[in-house]
Structures are given as structure tokens and as C-alpha cells.
Design a protein around this ligand. Structure first.
Ligand SMILES: [Zn+2]
Length: 106
């Protein structure tokens, strides 16, 4: 498997196979979601965002919105809307998707 192939891989909803994000949009695998390991993506598609809420996470307080598969409604993770701490601002607009909710397809 070449690196180029890996970059074109697609992450899909584990429940209904809808494409959610591509490997080239993956920024980090070092996040923790509600169910365990989670990935950070720069973009996500075929999702619906829930209402904005403030949430205290390990690294500070954020405004976030839950994100759901637009096809099956499965909760996938959350989107960072606003970070209150300056050094966490890079997370704004990015998506956290739980590893347990998606699978990678080449
Ligand atoms: Zn789905």
C-alpha cells in the first residue's frame, strides 16, 4: 500500500457506510472521545451538527456541537465552535470523530 493510496482513503460511518471524511483531512489520531480514541479532521461531510453547548474537556472549556451522520443519525463526535483558551484556538472549526464510529476504506 503506497502512501498515495492511503491519502485517498475514505472514512465512512460504521453504521451505514456514508462517507464522512477523507484520509487527507485527518489531522491527528491523538484525541479522546466519549467512547475511546478519536481522530481530528479538518473537514467532515454528510453530517448534521446539533445545538451549540459549552463543554469542559480535559484541555479547557469549549463551545462545541455534537455531529451526527446525516443518513442514519448516529452520533459521530463533535465540532469545536470556539475555544476559550488562546493556545487551543487551533481547534476551532475542526471535527472530532470517534474511531469506534467510522471505518477506513481504500
Ligand atoms: Zn450513518
Amino acid at each position: 500500500m503506497s502512501n498515495l493510496d492511503d491519502q485517498s482513503a475514505i472514512y465512512r460511518c460504521k453504521n451505514c457506510q456514508t462517507p464522512i471524511a477523507s484520509r487527507s483531512e485527518l489531522l491527528s489520531k491523538r484525541f479522546l472521545g466519549k467512547t475511546g480514541p478519536a481522530f481530528m479532521f479538518s473537514h467532515a461531510r454528510n453530517i448534521i451538527a446539533g445545538s451549540k453547548q459549552d463543554r469542559a474537556l480535559m484541555t479547557g472549556i469549549y463551545s462545541v456541537a455534537g455531529i451526527y451522520c446525516s443518513n442514519c443519525g448516529e452520533e459521530l463526535g463533535w465540532k469545536y465552535l470556539q475555544a476559550y483558551e488562546e493556545r487551543q484556538k487551533f481547534k476551532e472549526g475542526r471535527f472530532i470523530i470517534e474511531r469506534a464510529k467510522i471505518f477506513k476504506e481504500y
